[in-house]
Design a protein around this ligand. Structure first.
Ligand code: NAP
Length: 317
Protein backbone atom coordinates (compact mmCIF):
# COMPACT_ATOMS: atom_id res chain seq x y z
CA UNK A 1 0.00 0.00 0.00
CA UNK A 2 1.36 3.41 -0.97
CA UNK A 3 1.63 6.17 1.62
CA UNK A 4 2.56 9.78 1.25
CA UNK A 5 3.68 12.38 3.70
CA UNK A 6 1.22 15.04 4.76
CA UNK A 7 2.81 18.23 5.94
CA UNK A 8 -0.16 20.18 7.25
CA UNK A 9 -2.61 18.10 9.24
CA UNK A 10 -3.70 14.69 10.43
CA UNK A 11 -1.30 11.92 11.38
CA UNK A 12 1.37 12.94 8.90
CA UNK A 13 0.63 10.16 6.40
CA UNK A 14 -2.16 9.54 3.95
CA UNK A 15 -3.10 6.04 2.82
CA UNK A 16 -3.84 5.19 -0.79
CA UNK A 17 -7.58 4.66 -1.22
CA UNK A 18 -9.38 2.50 -3.72
CA UNK A 19 -11.71 4.32 -6.08
CA UNK A 20 -14.22 3.17 -8.71
CA UNK A 21 -14.87 5.15 -11.88
CA UNK A 22 -18.37 5.03 -13.36
CA UNK A 23 -19.13 5.97 -16.99
CA UNK A 24 -16.05 5.14 -19.05
CA UNK A 25 -16.58 7.67 -21.83
CA UNK A 26 -14.74 10.68 -23.20
CA UNK A 27 -13.89 12.56 -20.02
CA UNK A 28 -13.09 9.43 -18.01
CA UNK A 29 -10.53 8.34 -20.61
CA UNK A 30 -9.17 11.83 -21.38
CA UNK A 31 -8.77 13.08 -17.80
CA UNK A 32 -9.95 10.91 -14.89
CA UNK A 33 -7.95 7.75 -15.59
CA UNK A 34 -4.62 9.62 -16.13
CA UNK A 35 -5.22 11.79 -13.04
CA UNK A 36 -5.99 8.78 -10.80
CA UNK A 37 -3.06 6.78 -12.16
CA UNK A 38 -0.66 9.67 -11.50
CA UNK A 39 -1.84 10.17 -7.91
CA UNK A 40 -0.36 8.60 -4.78
CA UNK A 41 -3.75 9.02 -3.08
CA UNK A 42 -5.76 6.74 -5.35
CA UNK A 43 -5.81 3.25 -6.81
CA UNK A 44 -8.29 2.69 -9.66
CA UNK A 45 -9.84 -0.52 -8.34
CA UNK A 46 -12.91 -0.93 -10.58
CA UNK A 47 -14.83 0.57 -13.47
CA UNK A 48 -18.54 0.47 -14.21
CA UNK A 49 -19.65 1.03 -17.79
CA UNK A 50 -21.91 -0.69 -20.27
CA UNK A 51 -19.25 -0.48 -22.97
CA UNK A 52 -16.00 1.06 -21.70
CA UNK A 53 -13.15 -0.58 -19.78
CA UNK A 54 -9.67 0.39 -18.59
CA UNK A 55 -6.81 -2.05 -19.23
CA UNK A 56 -5.92 -4.09 -16.15
CA UNK A 57 -8.81 -2.79 -14.03
CA UNK A 58 -11.68 -4.94 -12.80
CA UNK A 59 -14.67 -4.06 -15.02
CA UNK A 60 -18.36 -4.17 -14.07
CA UNK A 61 -21.32 -3.45 -16.32
CA UNK A 62 -23.78 -3.24 -13.43
CA UNK A 63 -23.41 -0.63 -10.68
CA UNK A 64 -25.42 -2.52 -8.02
CA UNK A 65 -23.22 -5.56 -8.59
CA UNK A 66 -20.08 -3.51 -8.09
CA UNK A 67 -21.39 -2.01 -4.85
CA UNK A 68 -22.28 -5.48 -3.55
CA UNK A 69 -19.10 -7.23 -4.70
CA UNK A 70 -16.60 -4.52 -3.75
CA UNK A 71 -17.19 -3.27 -0.21
CA UNK A 72 -13.44 -2.56 -0.15
CA UNK A 73 -13.92 0.47 -2.47
CA UNK A 74 -14.94 3.48 -0.36
CA UNK A 75 -15.00 6.19 -3.04
CA UNK A 76 -16.97 6.43 -6.29
CA UNK A 77 -16.27 8.97 -9.03
CA UNK A 78 -19.21 9.50 -11.41
CA UNK A 79 -18.30 10.54 -14.98
CA UNK A 80 -21.75 10.00 -16.45
CA UNK A 81 -23.74 12.76 -18.14
CA UNK A 82 -25.86 14.75 -15.66
CA UNK A 83 -29.25 13.11 -16.20
CA UNK A 84 -28.40 9.53 -15.17
CA UNK A 85 -25.99 10.69 -12.44
CA UNK A 86 -28.46 11.19 -9.56
CA UNK A 87 -29.56 7.55 -9.33
CA UNK A 88 -25.95 6.39 -9.21
CA UNK A 89 -24.98 8.99 -6.60
CA UNK A 90 -27.98 8.16 -4.40
CA UNK A 91 -27.17 4.42 -4.52
CA UNK A 92 -23.51 5.05 -3.75
CA UNK A 93 -24.33 7.24 -0.76
CA UNK A 94 -26.91 4.71 0.49
CA UNK A 95 -24.13 2.11 0.31
CA UNK A 96 -21.93 4.32 2.50
CA UNK A 97 -19.54 5.46 -0.23
CA UNK A 98 -17.97 8.89 -0.70
CA UNK A 99 -18.98 10.41 -4.05
CA UNK A 100 -17.33 12.70 -6.58
CA UNK A 101 -19.59 14.27 -9.23
CA UNK A 102 -18.43 15.49 -12.66
CA UNK A 103 -19.78 18.89 -13.65
CA UNK A 104 -22.59 19.88 -13.90
CA UNK A 105 -23.33 18.06 -10.64
CA UNK A 106 -26.86 17.04 -11.65
CA UNK A 107 -29.75 17.65 -13.98
CA UNK A 108 -31.59 19.85 -11.45
CA UNK A 109 -30.64 21.92 -8.43
CA UNK A 110 -33.12 20.13 -6.18
CA UNK A 111 -31.61 16.72 -6.85
CA UNK A 112 -28.15 17.94 -5.86
CA UNK A 113 -29.57 19.47 -2.67
CA UNK A 114 -31.12 16.07 -1.97
CA UNK A 115 -27.77 14.34 -2.50
CA UNK A 116 -26.11 16.79 -0.13
CA UNK A 117 -28.68 16.00 2.56
CA UNK A 118 -28.26 12.25 2.01
CA UNK A 119 -24.47 12.55 2.22
CA UNK A 120 -24.69 14.55 5.45
CA UNK A 121 -27.02 11.98 7.01
CA UNK A 122 -24.85 9.07 5.85
CA UNK A 123 -21.67 10.78 7.06
CA UNK A 124 -19.90 10.53 3.69
CA UNK A 125 -18.15 13.17 1.58
CA UNK A 126 -19.82 14.62 -1.50
CA UNK A 127 -17.72 16.68 -3.94
CA UNK A 128 -19.44 18.60 -6.73
CA UNK A 129 -16.38 19.22 -8.89
CA UNK A 130 -15.72 22.26 -11.08
CA UNK A 131 -12.58 21.39 -13.02
CA UNK A 132 -12.16 24.87 -14.53
CA UNK A 133 -11.83 26.38 -11.06
CA UNK A 134 -8.61 24.39 -10.74
CA UNK A 135 -7.05 26.09 -13.80
CA UNK A 136 -3.76 27.83 -13.01
CA UNK A 137 -4.94 31.42 -13.41
CA UNK A 138 -8.12 31.22 -11.34
CA UNK A 139 -6.77 31.47 -7.77
CA UNK A 140 -4.39 34.38 -8.58
CA UNK A 141 -7.19 36.14 -10.49
CA UNK A 142 -9.47 35.83 -7.46
CA UNK A 143 -6.75 37.14 -5.16
CA UNK A 144 -6.04 40.16 -7.41
CA UNK A 145 -9.71 41.05 -7.80
CA UNK A 146 -10.55 40.73 -4.10
CA UNK A 147 -10.01 44.42 -3.27
CA UNK A 148 -10.88 45.93 -6.68
CA UNK A 149 -14.04 47.67 -7.86
CA UNK A 150 -15.34 45.85 -10.91
CA UNK A 151 -16.66 48.15 -13.63
CA UNK A 152 -17.31 45.54 -16.34
CA UNK A 153 -16.77 41.82 -16.98
CA UNK A 154 -17.34 39.72 -20.09
CA UNK A 155 -17.31 36.01 -20.82
CA UNK A 156 -16.48 34.92 -24.37
CA UNK A 157 -16.93 31.11 -24.45
CA UNK A 158 -17.10 29.69 -27.96
CA UNK A 159 -16.19 26.18 -28.99
CA UNK A 160 -16.97 23.47 -31.51
CA UNK A 161 -19.49 20.97 -30.13
CA UNK A 162 -18.54 18.44 -32.81
CA UNK A 163 -14.97 18.41 -31.53
CA UNK A 164 -15.65 18.17 -27.78
CA UNK A 165 -18.86 16.11 -27.79
CA UNK A 166 -18.61 14.01 -30.96
CA UNK A 167 -21.95 12.30 -31.54
CA UNK A 168 -23.08 12.87 -27.91
CA UNK A 169 -26.79 13.42 -28.42
CA UNK A 170 -27.42 13.70 -24.65
CA UNK A 171 -26.07 17.29 -24.73
CA UNK A 172 -29.09 18.30 -26.82
CA UNK A 173 -31.62 16.26 -24.83
CA UNK A 174 -33.52 17.66 -21.81
CA UNK A 175 -31.09 17.97 -18.90
CA UNK A 176 -28.06 18.02 -21.21
CA UNK A 177 -27.92 21.84 -20.90
CA UNK A 178 -26.69 22.43 -24.47
CA UNK A 179 -24.11 25.20 -24.73
CA UNK A 180 -24.19 25.52 -20.94
CA UNK A 181 -22.43 22.17 -20.67
CA UNK A 182 -19.17 24.00 -21.49
CA UNK A 183 -20.59 27.41 -20.53
CA UNK A 184 -20.96 26.30 -16.92
CA UNK A 185 -17.16 26.09 -16.82
CA UNK A 186 -16.99 29.85 -17.43
CA UNK A 187 -19.70 30.36 -14.82
CA UNK A 188 -17.72 28.26 -12.34
CA UNK A 189 -14.77 30.61 -12.84
CA UNK A 190 -16.62 33.92 -12.74
CA UNK A 191 -18.58 32.96 -9.61
CA UNK A 192 -15.25 32.09 -8.01
CA UNK A 193 -13.22 35.19 -8.95
CA UNK A 194 -15.66 38.11 -8.71
CA UNK A 195 -15.76 39.65 -5.23
CA UNK A 196 -19.52 40.34 -5.42
CA UNK A 197 -22.36 38.00 -6.42
CA UNK A 198 -24.31 38.74 -9.60
CA UNK A 199 -27.76 37.78 -10.80
CA UNK A 200 -29.21 37.43 -14.26
CA UNK A 201 -31.13 40.34 -15.80
CA UNK A 202 -31.85 38.96 -19.27
CA UNK A 203 -30.78 36.25 -21.68
CA UNK A 204 -31.37 35.16 -25.25
CA UNK A 205 -31.12 31.44 -25.92
CA UNK A 206 -30.74 30.08 -29.46
CA UNK A 207 -32.32 26.65 -29.90
CA UNK A 208 -31.71 24.61 -33.09
CA UNK A 209 -35.15 23.85 -34.51
CA UNK A 210 -34.54 20.08 -34.08
CA UNK A 211 -33.07 20.18 -30.54
CA UNK A 212 -34.24 20.60 -26.92
CA UNK A 213 -31.31 22.61 -25.53
CA UNK A 214 -29.64 25.86 -26.69
CA UNK A 215 -26.62 25.92 -28.98
CA UNK A 216 -25.82 29.57 -28.17
CA UNK A 217 -26.71 32.14 -25.51
CA UNK A 218 -26.17 35.80 -24.73
CA UNK A 219 -26.53 36.80 -21.08
CA UNK A 220 -26.53 40.00 -19.04
CA UNK A 221 -26.09 40.04 -15.27
CA UNK A 222 -26.07 42.78 -12.66
CA UNK A 223 -22.73 44.50 -12.08
CA UNK A 224 -22.25 45.06 -15.84
CA UNK A 225 -21.31 41.40 -16.37
CA UNK A 226 -22.15 39.84 -19.74
CA UNK A 227 -21.60 36.54 -21.49
CA UNK A 228 -21.53 35.24 -25.05
CA UNK A 229 -21.67 31.46 -25.40
CA UNK A 230 -21.62 29.60 -28.70
CA UNK A 231 -21.13 25.96 -29.67
CA UNK A 232 -20.78 26.56 -33.41
CA UNK A 233 -17.24 27.93 -33.42
CA UNK A 234 -14.86 26.19 -35.80
CA UNK A 235 -11.11 26.80 -35.95
CA UNK A 236 -9.50 28.39 -32.89
CA UNK A 237 -11.58 28.03 -29.73
CA UNK A 238 -12.33 30.92 -27.33
CA UNK A 239 -12.45 30.44 -23.58
CA UNK A 240 -11.82 33.96 -22.25
CA UNK A 241 -13.04 36.07 -19.33
CA UNK A 242 -12.09 39.75 -19.20
CA UNK A 243 -12.61 41.99 -16.17
CA UNK A 244 -12.23 45.77 -16.05
CA UNK A 245 -11.57 47.36 -12.65
CA UNK A 246 -10.62 50.65 -11.01
CA UNK A 247 -7.01 49.39 -11.06
CA UNK A 248 -6.83 48.12 -14.64
CA UNK A 249 -7.76 45.02 -16.62
CA UNK A 250 -7.50 41.31 -16.00
CA UNK A 251 -8.03 38.59 -18.61
CA UNK A 252 -8.18 34.83 -18.19
CA UNK A 253 -7.48 32.97 -21.43
CA UNK A 254 -7.52 29.29 -22.38
CA UNK A 255 -10.27 28.34 -19.93
CA UNK A 256 -8.49 29.97 -16.99
CA UNK A 257 -5.05 28.51 -17.61
CA UNK A 258 -3.47 31.83 -18.72
CA UNK A 259 -3.78 35.02 -16.67
CA UNK A 260 -2.86 38.49 -17.96
CA UNK A 261 -3.09 41.52 -15.66
CA UNK A 262 -2.53 44.97 -17.15
CA UNK A 263 -0.65 43.40 -20.06
CA UNK A 264 1.67 41.25 -17.91
CA UNK A 265 1.55 37.44 -18.02
CA UNK A 266 0.90 36.21 -14.45
CA UNK A 267 0.21 32.49 -14.99
CA UNK A 268 0.74 30.33 -18.05
CA UNK A 269 -0.94 27.08 -17.47
CA UNK A 270 0.24 23.64 -17.01
CA UNK A 271 -2.91 21.49 -17.07
CA UNK A 272 -3.40 20.16 -13.53
CA UNK A 273 -7.18 20.60 -13.33
CA UNK A 274 -8.13 16.95 -12.84
CA UNK A 275 -5.14 16.01 -10.65
CA UNK A 276 -6.12 18.97 -8.44
CA UNK A 277 -9.72 17.68 -8.23
CA UNK A 278 -8.49 14.29 -7.04
CA UNK A 279 -6.14 15.96 -4.50
CA UNK A 280 -9.13 17.90 -3.20
CA UNK A 281 -11.28 14.75 -2.98
CA UNK A 282 -8.58 13.08 -0.90
CA UNK A 283 -8.56 16.11 1.41
CA UNK A 284 -12.36 16.05 1.74
CA UNK A 285 -12.45 12.35 2.60
CA UNK A 286 -9.61 12.76 5.10
CA UNK A 287 -11.26 15.72 6.78
CA UNK A 288 -14.76 14.16 6.70
CA UNK A 289 -16.19 17.11 4.76
CA UNK A 290 -18.12 17.88 1.58
CA UNK A 291 -17.81 20.59 -1.08
CA UNK A 292 -21.01 21.38 -2.96
CA UNK A 293 -21.22 24.87 -4.46
CA UNK A 294 -24.15 25.24 -6.83
CA UNK A 295 -23.57 28.89 -7.82
CA UNK A 296 -22.58 28.07 -11.45
CA UNK A 297 -25.63 25.88 -11.95
CA UNK A 298 -27.97 28.51 -10.48
CA UNK A 299 -27.01 30.83 -13.35
CA UNK A 300 -27.79 28.10 -15.91
CA UNK A 301 -31.15 27.40 -14.28
CA UNK A 302 -31.88 31.15 -14.25
CA UNK A 303 -31.02 31.41 -17.96
CA UNK A 304 -33.40 28.58 -18.77
CA UNK A 305 -36.07 30.27 -16.60
CA UNK A 306 -35.68 33.89 -17.75
CA UNK A 307 -34.14 33.53 -21.21
CA UNK A 308 -35.97 34.41 -24.40
CA UNK A 309 -36.07 31.48 -26.80
CA UNK A 310 -35.07 32.05 -30.44
CA UNK A 311 -35.17 29.26 -33.02
CA UNK A 312 -32.11 28.85 -35.26
CA UNK A 313 -31.03 26.40 -37.96
CA UNK A 314 -31.20 22.67 -37.26
CA UNK A 315 -28.03 21.12 -35.88
CA UNK A 316 -26.70 17.74 -37.04
CA UNK A 317 -23.48 16.08 -35.87
P1 NAP B 1 -19.98 10.56 -22.69
O1 NAP B 1 -18.66 10.08 -23.20
O2 NAP B 1 -21.08 10.73 -23.65
O3 NAP B 1 -20.54 9.68 -21.51
C1 NAP B 1 -19.76 9.14 -20.47
C2 NAP B 1 -20.22 7.72 -20.18
O4 NAP B 1 -21.44 7.75 -19.45
C3 NAP B 1 -20.51 6.92 -21.41
O5 NAP B 1 -19.35 6.30 -21.87
C4 NAP B 1 -21.57 5.94 -20.97
O6 NAP B 1 -20.94 4.74 -20.63
C5 NAP B 1 -22.17 6.56 -19.73
N1 NAP B 1 -23.57 6.91 -19.94
C6 NAP B 1 -24.08 7.76 -20.85
N2 NAP B 1 -25.41 7.83 -20.75
C7 NAP B 1 -25.75 6.97 -19.77
C8 NAP B 1 -26.98 6.59 -19.19
N3 NAP B 1 -28.14 7.11 -19.60
N4 NAP B 1 -26.96 5.69 -18.19
C9 NAP B 1 -25.81 5.17 -17.75
N5 NAP B 1 -24.60 5.49 -18.27
C10 NAP B 1 -24.58 6.39 -19.26
O7 NAP B 1 -19.77 11.97 -21.95
P2 NAP B 1 -18.47 12.75 -21.50
O8 NAP B 1 -18.05 13.69 -22.56
O9 NAP B 1 -17.47 11.83 -20.92
O10 NAP B 1 -19.15 13.67 -20.38
C11 NAP B 1 -19.54 13.14 -19.13
C12 NAP B 1 -19.56 14.27 -18.14
O11 NAP B 1 -18.26 14.87 -18.09
C13 NAP B 1 -20.55 15.38 -18.51
O12 NAP B 1 -21.22 15.85 -17.38
C14 NAP B 1 -19.65 16.47 -19.09
O13 NAP B 1 -20.16 17.77 -18.86
C15 NAP B 1 -18.37 16.26 -18.31
N6 NAP B 1 -17.19 16.76 -19.02
C16 NAP B 1 -16.99 16.43 -20.34
C17 NAP B 1 -15.91 16.97 -21.03
C18 NAP B 1 -15.64 16.67 -22.49
O14 NAP B 1 -14.70 17.25 -23.07
N7 NAP B 1 -16.41 15.81 -23.15
C19 NAP B 1 -15.02 17.83 -20.36
C20 NAP B 1 -15.22 18.08 -19.00
C21 NAP B 1 -16.31 17.53 -18.35
P3 NAP B 1 -21.54 3.31 -21.10
O15 NAP B 1 -22.49 3.57 -22.25
O16 NAP B 1 -20.35 2.52 -21.50
O17 NAP B 1 -22.20 2.78 -19.89
Amino acid sequence: MKVRNRSTKGLGIRMTSKIALVGIGKIAVDQHVPAINASADWELAATVSRSGTVDGVSAFTDFDQMLTDRPDIPVISLCLPPVPRYDYAAKAIAAGRHVMLEKPPGATLAEVHALQTMADVAGVSLFATWHSRMADGVAPAKAWLADKTITRAHINWKEDVRRWHPGQHWVFEPGGMGVFDPGINALSIITEILPQPMHLQNATLQFPANRDTPIAAQMQWTGNVSGDFDWRQEGPQSWDISVETDAGNLTLHDGGARLVINGAEMAAGKDREYPALYDRMADLVNSASSDVDLAPMIHVADALTLGKRVNVAEFHF
